[in-house]
Design a protein around this ligand. Sequence first.
Ligand code: UDP
Length: 322
Amino acid sequence: MKILITGGAGFIGSHLVDRLVRDGHDVTSVDDLSTGSMKNIRQHQNNGRFKLVVDTILNERLMDEMVSACDQVYHLAAAVGVKLIMNRPVETLETNVKGTEMVLSMANKYKKKVLIASTSEVYGKIMNGNGTPPLKEDTDRLMGATTKRRWAYACSKAFDEFLALAYYEEKRLPVIIARLFNTVGPRQTGQYGMVLPNFVQKALIGKPIIVYGDGFQSRSFTHIDDVVEALVCLMAEPAAVGQVINVGNEEEITIKELALMVKKMTQSSSEIESITYDRAYGPGFEDMQRRSPDISKLRSLIGFEPRGDLHSIIQSVIDYYL
Ligand code: UDP
């Protein structure tokens, strides 16, 4: 097939490129390299099966051309990472809202199946765990005030979901929405705030590993290979069309425990230090204490079982940075 991936030079996009090219597809990608990097796709430099166009997904003429020429679209291009959202809110909102509008309207024009990558961030600060069940796709969301900039990202991606569902219901466009929980693995950069690459990089050079807040907040991390497998299987599953589906791993760990695990696995002499959220992200930052997915829908749709356990996930990131 001819497959278009927006954001193909990014962390998740580049792994998806690898997989789809390996499966024998012709893959094209549009990426403005804002957070992606040529390094992520240098393995395809002389590969006739892959083509990268360095441009923005807001370029209407280009998107018209690229969507019309493909059979399927994976829309991964977005402004991501809490630090980026805190530092460049206009860019975040515009890329995520206008970019998805562009992709969906072109997909609709040519009636191409499209998978939209969304995020567990859309659940907002709703607490799960501690007696309340893991987050299900239809769980109510809880957004902070609009003056708390962090939630701009969640709202932009929630808007993307609404728009995609509207295209499905009103225009019969085949869309699939994958709500990704914390995804980690080789090629993820620590530059935009993501916790695991930050911890690993600091541990490897013996600099302090910085835990934000009290470190009792928890997350569930999924290995990139599991996420790519889920995306490809969802795209191929007719029953996934018109659905929102959590993609994640149920294994949960506190950030403090994560810091200790990274320190031990790297045999690092780094100190583990704590700083306040205000110091980390600026004043008025809100974090969510727990976030773990209910993946029963993903299981029943594609028989998904994450293969990466936390130890091997962390090891893959250490190996990448060694
Ligand atoms: N975090 C941390 N130190 C860092 C980066 C992040 O303690 O150097 C914390 C962050 O406050 C959050 C968790 O780790 O509670 C996960 O952060 P990340 O930005 O990776 O993902 P998200 O907040 O979107 O789940």
